[in-house]
Design a protein. Structure first.
Ligand code: GUN
Ligand code: FE
Length: 456
């Protein structure tokens, strides 16, 4: 017999796959087989009828194939491109003030508590469980200014097996909470220590991200310093931009030499193809062009934008400018840690815009699905590893069950095994609009099952 030239697969699924590609916002593949290799990468995706020849090529038993039920499908794990892990403890509360007052009144006092590692461990463990259960396989986190607690967040993400970018927050000015900021020198040294120590751990899927809080909270010297650190170490960058009108006005006053909010980050070397900026509600077309030229991304955080009454991002305009775009929960400005919620709010926001402007081309469900998955992976420059089902990418996936007894979704007569196309075409719509985390039966990151939770 010919020797196997390929790595044997460790798991093979057969059933319905739903994912996005660049050309097709939602592609539904009925009766496909997907193989995952020993490293957790997708080895093949082929039509179900080829299973016998695949089993010979790849050396698996057809009896070992995991057959999905008719009321189940696999979809890519979702990518939360902007979430404050440290704010999870007060999510769902304190949404009665506009952004700048909200930060000083609620956020900074809470974040200051993370010098206490026991407090940090408690909240961060809950964040990891909650986001994974809700199908977030990749998250881009803000922690706090505290290096050790931020390192702990990285460790907990690694323990639970989530793919994560983790940022130690940098801020050296304009906080009305005097005990919640760092002098420039300390901020620089601690950022370098955070990066060094996190990289030293060699976590498979957890990486540092340079995190100036936003232009309001950072001196020009700090922004320059962070731009240099990101450049020298080829790191991701995250921050906030043009979220709220008062904030935009304040940034103009603080940086009179810069043409725009975007220009502030541009001038400080913080707008790269590994940058993701949250919100962007008030960016001009000119600024969007700069984002496109630089390959920088926007994280659309619709729940937060509505909850803090910050604004509404015109997603269509961002897409028309070919700017990389993902969705973010922005906990706790956004009250929900669920990416399904972010997807729904993104559509709500677009529908409100279409009521105000008949020319606005409403975001389709399929486009929102893509933003929550592939779009997010592009926004974080992780689309070589995750975001959809492509051979060679890591198997980051959700096994969705549309029919949990007592669960939030019902199936109706005529929607059964024999009625495959009706059911499957509606499958994602069904679950994603009507379902919740109860429908997410299993979650995988790089082939490892992370929900139900591993025994730690
Ligand atoms: N801008 C600066 N910091 C924050 C934050 O923590 N949340 C939100 N929504 N916007 C910010
Ligand atoms: Fe935020």
């Amino acid at each position: 017999a010919a020797e196997l030239a390929v790595m044997p697969v460790s798991t093979v699924y057969r059933g319905t796959l739903a994912h996005s590609t660049r050309d097709e916002a939602l592609q539904i593949l009925e009766d496909f087989v997907l193989g995952v290799d020993a490293e957790g990468k997708i080895a093949f995706i082929e039509e179900g009828q080829n299973v016998d020849s695949l089993s010979q090529t790849w050396g698996f038993q057809t009896s070992d194939v995991i057959q999905l039920e008719q009321h189940e499908f696999l979809m890519p794990g979702m990518v939360d491109t902007h979430i404050h892990a440290s704010q999870y403890s007060y999510s769902g509360t304190a949404l009665d003030l506009p952004l700048l007052d909200w930060l000083n009144t609620y956020t900074f006092p809470v974040e200051s508590r993370y010098k206490d590692l026991d407090y940090a461990r408690n909240v961060y463990t809950k964040v990891l469980k909650r986001t994974l259960r809700n199908g977030t396989t990749t998250a881009c986190y803000f922690a706090t200014i505290h290096t050790d607690a931020s390192l702990l967040l990285g460790q907990i993400a690694d323990d639970f097996g989530q793919r994560a970018l983790v940022g130690k927050v940098c801020m050296d000015c304009n906080s009305t909470v005097p005990y919640y900021k760092e002098p420039l020198k300390e901020c620089k040294d601690e950022t370098l220590r955070f990066i060094r120590e996190l990289l030293k751990k060699e976590y498979a899927h957890v990486k540092p991200v340079v995190t100036p809080r936003f232009a309001v909270s950072c001196s020009s010297s700090l922004l320059h310093t962070l731009g240099k650190i990101a450049k020298n170490n080829d790191l991701h960058i995250q921050s906030h931009i043009s979220e709220n009108k008062e904030e935009v006005k304040l940034v103009k006053q603080l940086f009179p030499d810069c043409k725009s909010y975007t220009d502030v980050y541009l001038k400080h070397d913080l707008l790269t193809d590994k940058t993701v900026m949250a919100h962007g509600c008030y960016l001009s077309d000119e600024e969007l062009k700069i984002f496109h030229e630089r390959g920088a991304a926007i994280s659309h955080c619709p729940n937060s934008n509505l909850s803090l009454a910050s604004g509404m991002l015109n997603v269509r305009n961002v897409l028309n400018h070919k700017v990389k775009l993902g969705l973010g929960t922005d906990v706790a400005g956004g009250y929900s840690p669920s990416m399904l919620d972010a997807l729904r709010r993104a559509m709500d926001t677009s529908k409100v815009l279409s009521m105000q402007d008949a020319q606005h081309q409403t975001l389709t469900f399929e486009e929102a699905f893509r933003l929550a998955t592939l779009g997010g992976s592009e926004a974080l420059s992780l689309d070589d590893q995750t975001g959809n089902f492509e051979v060679g990418k890591d198997f980051d996936a959700l096994r969705v069950n549309m029919c949990i007894p007592g669960g939030p979704v019902d199936m109706f007569p005529g929607q059964g095994p024999k009625d495959i196309s009706l059911l499957q075409v509606n499958a994602c719509v069904f679950d994603i609009f009507a379902g919740d985390d109860r429908n997410i039966a299993e979650v995988f990151v790089a082939g490892r099952r992370v929900v139900p939770f591993p025994d730690l």
